[in-house]
Design a protein around this ligand. Structure first.
Ligand code: SAH
Length: 496
């Protein structure tokens, strides 16, 4: 049980890290857009209504927002980025509905699960009857859900004290590698999503990690993988862990009443110039410290949009290269060659936090001193590849599947700039990756050692309405492709 391990509790790191800035600010969040124009109207609103308005102003539908608030708990429990992650996961489930014309995703997944259970040689064969009953119970009982542990440190994060030894975990029989695999998705999903994902991925328990333990920005993600968890090591140098360490110049302008030490989850869109202008105007009315209500308004905007202080009364969203740095990518990784700033933020906002993923993948360095063959699904801008490269793990052959041409260009240019000697095969769509094709590639490269992927998540697609039905879908069709391809690779690897 993740929550109750005493060793992990000790790993709670120092109090300076367990800042609760992102845990509870919604209970006093005001509707900042209309705060100045329409104070009368919003002051009569409940906290819940204010949060709804805030989310609506960010482009979500009220329906999406209220469903997310139902699922993530009351205002005092969920932070804004948790809520947006949750909406985003719901949109993913909804997209899955559209993608599978004949069937509800959940139903399709459960059918598939049934098939799995029945299939000979399936890993489920080896499970005891007792366990199988357990699964059925899980399907029937919606209240029995995977819980997200606090602090969100998974099986451990790099830290200096001895007490940070990770506890052991026993992978379910039949789930062990090779081939190894690593699956990522947002931690805060609609109810039951992680249970479904886990059930498919050989009943492995997710490892939930907030990247705030690796860098100066929060990023709450779940990872399901069958990698060993002992002898992990972090990328060096360790990245700065606080905003001030990451951006020393901001220190000069940072007011004492803005107590943030970490940024919130980096999103795919940034705050507008209009908004930072409005904040400057609001602050310019006061010679010294602004009154409390103005401080609160500014703090809320800062948290919502990850603003940093760049001058007197001047706030700004992060620049693309600053986001690259926070996420562990080389500077200019997403820059140039006709890529717009909007696209850069979008690609970065969807990517892995490299230091976090590298920590988990580091164990492969001992296992594969000669390098690995990688199947990279939903490669994006290559978070996994950058992590492996920075760990010094040679990429012998990479089959990269990524639908966005912008992302493929970014990734290919990184591949060339880092003088990769390996072989890169690019395919746009996971749907093109069938058993036949996989078999051919596996024959020619000698099989895959690692299958990596994080299902997509369309952030801020405000027009994408979510119905209660859609949420029942629970899972995205693209996750299903991840599972389908992984399972084929595992099957074919065993036949070799
Ligand atoms: N882990 C990646 C980003 C994952 S975001 C990184 O580190 O950058 C999910 C990615 O899946 C997006 O880049 C999106 O373009 C891609 N994608 C969406 N649909 C796809 C499909 N059908 N086939 C392949 N890739 C797809």
């Amino acid at each position: 049980e993740l929550e109750s391990s005493p060793k992990k509790q000790q790993c709670a790191i120092s109090s300076q890290w367990s800042s609760d800035y992102d845990e509870s600010f919604l209970d006093d969040l005001s509707d900042t857009d209309s705060w100045f124009d329409d104070e009368e109207n919003t002051s009569s609103l409940s906290d819940k209504e204010k949060t709804l308005l805030t989310l609506a102003n960010m482009g979500y539908t009220v329906e999406e927002a209220s469903l997310a608030m139902d699922r993530c708990g009351s205002c005092s429990e969920a932070s804004l980025d948790e809520l947006t992650d949750c909406i985003c996961a719901a949109q993913m489930a909804k997209a899955a509905d559209a993608y599978l014309p004949d069937d509800k995703p959940a139903k399709r997944l459960y059918n598939e699960y049934d098939k799995l259970k029945k299939r000979k040689s399936s890993v489920y064969e080896s499970l005891s009857r007792k366990n199988q009953r357990g699964y059925e119970k899980k399907i029937l009982n919606e209240n029995e859900m995977i819980r997200i542990p606090k602090p969100m440190i998974g099986f451990g994060v790099p830290c200096l004290t001895e007490s940070c030894q990770v506890t052991d975990r026993n992978l379910p029989e039949g789930a062990t590698g090779p081939p190894y695999f690593y699956y990522e998705n947002v931690a805060l999903t609609p109810k039951g999503v992680w249970d479904s994902i886990s059930r498919f991925l050989y009943d492995i328990e997710p490892e939930f990690v907030d990247s705030k333990y690796f860098c100066a920005a929060a990023r709450k993600r779940g990872y399901i993988h069958n990698l060993p968890i002992h002898n992990r090591f972090p990328l060096l140098p360790l990245p700065p862990l606080t905003i001030h360490a990451a951006f020393p110049l901001t220190r000069n302008w940072w007011p004492t009443w803005d107590t943030r030490t970490k940024l919130n989850c980096l999103q795919t869109v940034i705050g507008s110039a209009k908004m930072t202008h409005r904040i400057r105007k609001a602050l310019e009315n006061w010679d010294r410290e602004p009154p409390l209500h103005v401080q609160k308004y500014v703090r809320d905007e800062c948290r919502k949009w990850n603003l940093v202080w760049v001058g007197r009364n001047k706030l700004a969203p992060l620049e693309c290269d600053e986001v690259e740095m926070l996420l562990g990518f080389p500077r200019n990784h997403t820059r140039g060659g006709g890529i717009s700033r909007t696209d850069r933020y979008k690609s970065l906002g969807n990517s892995f936090q490299v230091d976090t993923v590298a920590y988990h993948l580091s164990v492969l360095k001992y296992l594969y001193p000669g390098g690995i063959n990688l199947l990279s699904l939903f490669s994006g801008i290559g978070g996994a590849e950058v992590a492996l490269h920075r760990l010094g793990i040679t990429l012998k052959n990479v089959l990269s599947v990524e639908i966005s041409e912008v992302n493929r260009n970014i990734f290919r240019s990184w591949w060339e700039q880092t003088n990769q000697k390996g072989n890169l095969i690019e395919v746009p769509d996971v749907q093109q990756v069938d058993d036949n094709f996989l078999g051919q590639v596996m024959d020619s490269v000698g099989g895959f050692d690692l299958v990596v992927g994080g299902s997509p998540c369309n952030n801020l697609a405000g027009s994408n309405r979510v119905s209660r039905d859609g949420l029942d879908g629970k899972q995205s069709a693209l996750f299903y492709d991840y599972y389908r391809i992984l399972d084929s690779v595992r099957r074919m690897s065993r036949q070799e």
